[in-house]
Design a protein around this ligand. Structure first.
Ligand code: ZN
Length: 420
């Protein structure tokens, strides 16, 4: 995953343009990807697909002709969606178009201006302080013209048509935790799930933030009623504990599954927070017309870590072991979504005799035999058709995987039947 992030890192992405195409081309080498191109001007819900932005080069030169701010060194130097310019401007005028971080003088901020036409440069406060000439030559070799918005989808079919949506945005330039980590984790999940034999169908959406999700929703009105659960993956590659932001519904099965797996407020430092209509594409999936059971999984919370939207969100900030931990956590949540079913005990009057079925003490000697027996008794006792396996795991304090094993074993011995 870290290698994939390293390969994607130099590409200058935005909400449209060749950077998104190149990114999806690389993702498409890892997993089968359907790429859609939606023309500029297309109406999508209350929005319109914008003009396509592409950039080749940009710089600020001093009087000696030296590139003192250079897009080729760092693509964050240009405000995303900047209109083209090539001019000599006074330092005062240039200052109106500069963005820096006085509190973090060595870092370059990330800024966008998607829906208001302007141009600008982002630079470190140190670079900005070194601007002493009266005038500078500035160049942004970009164009904004009719083209397309590009997004990609990978569907991993399960035995049912009911779907789980995994969504990550693909519109940030050289930033790792905010954006590339989500893409890398989604790719890895898609690869792992393709071999898994699933109940749900898993749909991975790789789309530019906001306008991409809105475009996808507008074109998939027939799909959204089939989506039972979903996760937006963002900022999932740094070593911080997890934060899960609940869906708008707040009590959707994904909310319970994520809270169970993360263990809100536990010693691991993970947190579960309520829905709020700011953040990433959960804003669109959880708009009231759709109101999908889609939550947002993060490590550091977007907007709340110093490196967020700066050049310090780089290849060192995301850690291979953190990425692996995120994949494992997602798979645990998915395990609950896949297997949280209800059963009915077929021998509910008194405990069924487990010993004669080889399920009691016959496992004696194994150190975990007692825990296994306890799991069998919990599942038998609680399976009145009302309680699901997650209910039983929560009430017993036993691990979901163990409860799932117990249910499978009892089913094999014809002591349980699934409901529905
Ligand atoms: Zn962002």
């Amino acid at each position: 995953m870290h290698e994939l992030i390293s390969e994607l890192y130099p590409i200058c992405r935005s909400i449209t343009g060749d950077g998104v195409r190149q990114t999806l081309e690389i993702v498409g080498r890892e997993i089968p990807l359907d790429v859609s191109e939606v023309p500029t001007g297309t109406s999508v819900l209350d929005w319109t697909v914008p003009r396509e932005w592409n950039i080749r080069d940009a710089w600020i030169k001093d009087k000696g002709g030296n590139r003192i701010v250079d897009f080729r060194e760092c693509n964050l130097h240009v405000v995303s969606y900047s209109t083209p310019i090539h001019a000599t401007v006074s330092r005062d005028e240039l200052e109106q178009h500069l963005y820096s971080l006085p509190d973090q003088p060595a870092w370059v901020p990330y800024r966008t201006s998607y829906y208001q036409e302007t141009w600008g440069f982002c630079l470190s406060e140190n670079q900005r302080k070194a601007l002493t000439d009266d005038e500078y030559e500035v160049c942004i070799d970009s164009d904004l013209s009719d083209g397309h918005l590009t997004y990609g989808e990978c569907v991993v079919p399960g035995s049912s048509e009911r779907e789980v949506l995994i969504s990550s945005h693909v519109c940030h330039p050289s930033l790792c935790n905010d954006n590339l980590a989500g893409i890398a984790v989604a790719v890895q999940l898609a690869r792992r799930l393709r071999a898994a034999g699933l109940r749900h169908t898993y749909r991975f959406v790789f789309a530019p933030g906001t306008i991409g999700a809105i475009t996808w929703l507008a074109r998939n009105r027939d799909v959204t009623p089939r989506i039972d659960h979903g996760l937006v993956l963002t900022c999932v590659g740094d070593p911080a504990p997890f934060t899960y932001k609940k869906s708008r519904r707040g009590d959707a099965p994904i909310d319970r599954a994520a809270a169970y797996v993360l263990g809100d407020g536990g010693v691991n430092g993970n947190k579960v927070v309520g829905f709020h209509p700011y953040g990433y594409d959960e804003r669109q999936y959880c708009s009231p017309g759709f109101d999908l059971g889609v939550g947002c999984l993060m490590r550091s919370h977007h907007g709340q870590f110093p490196e967020y939207h700066t050049s310090a969100d780089d290849l060192d900030f995301v850690r291979p072991e953190a990425l692996t931990g995120t994949v494992e956590t997602c798979l645990r949540i998915i395990e609950v979504l896949e297997h949280d079913v209800r059963y009915r005990n077929l021998s509910p009057y008194g405990e069924p005799q487990l010993g004669k079925r080889g399920l009691y003490r016959s496992m004696g000697g194994a150190p975990d035999a007692k825990t296994n027996e306890l799991a069998l008794l919990w599942v038998l006792n609680q399976s009145d058709g009302e309680n699901s396996l997650l209910d039983i795991a929560e009430r017993s304090g036993l691990d979901f995987t163990l409860i799932r094993w117990a249910a499978g074993t009892l089913f094999d011995h014809e002591l349980l039947e699934p409901i529905g």
